[in-house]
Structures are given as C-alpha cells and as structure tokens.
Design a protein around this ligand. Structure first.
Ligand code: IMP
Ligand code: MG
Length: 483
C-alpha cells in the first residue's frame, strides 16, 4: 500500500471514530475537514452549504483558511458552480487565471493556487460542496478525488442525522487570525448593488473615514431545517473592526423580525460582533453631517441642560488632576481636534500642574464638500517624534474621527499616545477606540454648548445641552431635529 493510501485509510478511520463519538455535529464536521486537509496535504478544506433558495453557498465548517477569506462573501451558484449542480467534481488549476473564481484577489492573498470541489449529496440531492485548497499548483489524482467524495459522503451523514446545531461556526484555528489592514477603499474594489439608498450612503460614510466594508458578506445559519437553514445576512461587515452592521432603515415593519434575527444570531454565534442601526440612529448619524431628513429641520433649539457649567468645571478640574498625576515628570503635548474642543482644551490646560505644550489639528468632515476621504486639513506644527501626546477631544461618537486621528498621530512616532475626551457617547460607537480619560458618558442625543455646535451655532454656551425635542402640532414629528 502506498504511503498516501495508508494516510487515507487512517484519516477515514479517524473520521468514522469522530462520527461515532459523543461530540456535537459542528465538531464532527470540523474534524472531517481537518482530517481531509491533512490527509491530502493541502492548505485548507471547507464545507459550504447551499441556502434555501439554492442560489448561494456559505462556509459551514472549515480548516486552514483565514477569517478574512471565510468572510469574503457568498459564492454565487451560477457563477462558480459550473459542474457542481450537475454533480461532478471540479478542479481549478490556477485561481489567478480561472474565470470561475469570484474572489480572485483574496484567493491569491490567501496563497491558494489550486482548488478541488466535490458535491455533497444527501440521498442524491446536492446540498453543498466540499472544497480543498492547495498552495501549489496541483492536479488531483483519481484516488484523491475519490477520497474527497468519501469525505463528502461522511459529511452528508452528519448533516442528515443531526439536528445540526451550531455547525456553521468557525473552527478555533481561524479565530486567532490577525485582522487585516485597510486596503484601498472597498467601494472601488467591490462595486456592490445596494438594496436601499441609505445603505449606499452609509457605505460612502465609511469610505470617507477609510473604514473598509464588505456588503452582505456572508449568511449565518440560524437553525437547520431539513436540508436548508434559516439564513440571516447582515448588511455590512467592517473587517478592521470585526463588526457586522445590520441596518433597519428600510421598512419599520421589518424591525421586529430583524431584531429577532439579530438576537438569534447572538445566541447561536456568540463570537460574532453585530450592531443594529435603527432608522432613528441612522438619521441622527447623518444629521450630524448635515444630511438626511433630520438635517434640514427648522424647529430646533436648545432643550434641557444636561451638564451645568459648574458640573463641567468640576469634572474638568478632576481630569486635570488625574492627568497631572499620571504625567508627573513628563512634559506632554496636548493635541486638540478643532473646532469643538477649544473650550475644553482651554479649561483643561489651565488646571494642569505639569508643563505642557498645546497644538491643534483640523480634519475634513463627511459632507463638507472637500473630497472623498477624510484628511488632515491643518496638521500639528511642532515635532511629535519621541513626545508624550495626549489627544484631547470634545466628544467621541462613532469613533471614526478618533481612529483616523490616532493612526495619523501614531505615524509620527510619539513616545506615547493617550486620549482624553470630555464626552463619550458610547452607545453609538462603531470603531472601538480606547479612551484613557473620560469626563462624562452621555446618552444618544445630539448635544450643543461648551464648544459643541449645531451648524456652527451654540458653541458659546457655558453648559452642555440637548437639542430641543419639542414638537408642535403644525410640524410633523419627522421634521423635528431629533424626530
Ligand atoms: P465621531 O467620528 O462619530 O466619533 O464624531 C466625532 C465628532 O463629531 C466630534 O468631534 C464632534 O465634532 C462631532 N459630534 C459628535 N456628536 C456630536 C454632538 O452630539 N454634538 C455636536 N457635535 C458632535
Ligand atoms: Mg471633534
């Protein structure tokens, strides 16, 4: 018997043991794909199942592939499965040149050269495919193809027999993969067709802050019913933040259903980080940049005072005391992002007891009509190399501004870099940036005063207030600034 045949026999023995043991179906499938990859000496192996409409395939159990690759998106059946639905094995010798590969660039980055796919059939009906991925160019032998077909049959037995709980989960191997760095803007790489203009606008906002996104990257199986699963496809995945975003801005009637799906996803896939963006949140997000239905409202004004002037001053003094203590013996540079921060910066500075330099920077904002991506319009004048920087912000909302500013400052090689913000609107966070000093955690409301503006108004107020929410009979609710 050849060494390879021995290897196949051993792998099949291990698989039979696994099938007959007291582990979950998901674990069984992971063992199968791992053993198959090892026996064939390939980089990775993945079991992909068809969705209920039989139009798309999603990774269900895999070994040896990065999280990035697994989350790359659907495979569309018509495009990639020539040969699969008519139930034959398919070999792709070189992903770089084969037109059937939908994510060529990613496959190359993953260092995949050849792929072998075989159908997974339950009682004669194709329910998915099993694929192996080879780093080197490889023509699979008849014995190797036969081996993979046998593994596909074993996988079918697991699928058929089980109540298939969380089989769609990623293997532990894939979880430790480092997240990747932003590449060129996603919309250029991946011209998506959006279901709704609000999704497109959201994508443009992310582009502006250079946050890579993938539209409808993958489906999650929420439960397994017979041969197809109830599927949930979040709208966006932000790889650098490892965050899925589901927008419920389409039809208010769908909100309850979406809430249920998001809840269910959190139960079945606790490792998945998902955020629901409701219409109200979304309109407020856009209004901040002067867009959307809330932006043009005329009936705004200052509402309730949230933080009185003495409250603000007291907290600023406390922050200055903490900072002075932590920076004892050092001479930090306070860097502020204009313009909202100027009141806070001026007060904070005056309460510090350590010597400190101060400088400001300004950046463009979304909808400001100054280009497609966020950029520094006025940079810090002094040299930051080897300095201890304390970045001072008025308010951190989505965190997108801050994460951009931080990466800009890091590139200047400071000795240290910390963040102090007066206000933290934590519930709205998308980019999860670390904050070292926080004055107040504030609710999800639009705030003005103490430097914060609404269309350049109200900066001069000595306190922090909410925008007015009052609605009059003449004005429909939706026209009010905060809806
Ligand atoms: P982020 O990028 O979403 O974190 O937004 C940060 C910037 O948006 C802040 O520096 C403010 O200039 C502005 N901003 C966020 N929330 C408010 C608010 O409630 N009132 C006024 N400006 C805000
Ligand atoms: Mg600001």
């Amino acid at each position: 018997m050849s060494k390879q045949t021995l290897g196949f026999n051993r792998a099949l023995g291990d698989m039979a043991d696994a099938l007959n043991s007291d582990i979950t179906d998901s674990e069984k499938l992971h063992l199968l794909v791992r053993a198959a990859a090892r026996a064939l000496g390939v980089r990775g192996c993945s079991l992909m199942l068809l969705d209920a409409q039989r139009r798309r395939l999603f990774h269900t159990a895999s070994h040896g592939l990065s999280e990035r690759y697994l989350r790359k998106g659907f495979l569309e059946v018509e495009k990639s499965l020539t040969g699969i639905l008519d139930e034959r094995p398919v070999t792709i010798l070189d992903v770089a040149t084969d037109p059937r590969i939908q994510f060529q660039e990613l496959a190359q980055q993953e260092r995949i050269t050849s792929i072998l796919s075989v159908p997974v059939k339950i009682k004669g009906e194709v329910v998915g495919i099993l694929r192996v991925y080879s780093r080197t160019r490889r023509e699979f032998t008849a014995a190797e193809v036969q081996f993979l077909i046998t593994v596909a049959n074993l996988a079918a037995i697991v699928l058929e027999s089980g109540r298939f709980e969380e089989a769609e989960r990623q293997p532990p191997e894939a979880k430790g993969e480092p997240s990747f760095h932003p590449t060129p803007l996603t919309s250029q790489l991946n011209p998506a067709t959006f279901a709704h203009p609000s999704e497109e606008e959201f994508a443009r906002l992310l582009d502006f802050y250079q946050i890579e996104w993938i539209y409808e990257p993958r489906s999650f199986a929420l439960q397994w019913e017979g041969k197809a699963a109830e599927m949930f496809t979040p709208d966006f995945y932000l790889p650098a933040l490892d965050l899925y975003v589901e927008m419920t801005t389409l039809k208010p009637g769908l909100t309850t259903e979406k809430n249920r799906k998001v809840r269910r996803l959190r139960e079945t896939h606790p490792e998945v980080n998902i955020k629901l963006l409701a219409r109200r949140d979304y309109d407020r997000l856009l209004a901040k940049y002067g867009h959307g239905p809330l932006a043009g409202a005329k009936t705004h004004g200052v509402g309730r005072v949230l933080l009185s002037a003495p409250q603000v001053q007291k907290r600023v003094r406390q922050l200055a005391k903490e900072i002075s203590h932590d920076y004892e013996g050092r001479h930090p540079v306070l860097v502020g992002v204009l313009r909202g921060v100027f009141c806070f910066m001026a007060d904070l500075m005056r309460y510090l007891t350590v010597p400190a330099d101060v400088d400001f920077m300004a950046i463009s904002y979304y909808g400001g009509g100054s280009g497609k991506a966020v950029r520094v319009t006025t940079d810090v004048g002094i040299s930051l190399e080897g300095r201890h920087i304390l970045l001072v912000e008025d308010i951190v909302d989505t965190g997108m501004t801050l994460s951009f500013v931080l990466s800009h400052l890091k590139a200047r090689n400071p000795a240290s870099l910390q963040v102090c913000t007066l206000l933290d609107k934590r519930v709205r966070r998308l980019a999860d940036v670390h904050l070292d000093y926080v004055g107040f955690e504030v609710p999800d409301e639009f705030l003005v005063g103490y430097g914060l503006d609404y269309q350049e108004e109200y900066r001069n107020l000595p306190f922090v207030a909410l925008m007015e929410r009052k609605s009059s009979n003449k004005e429909p609710q939706a026209k009010n600034y905060l809806g």
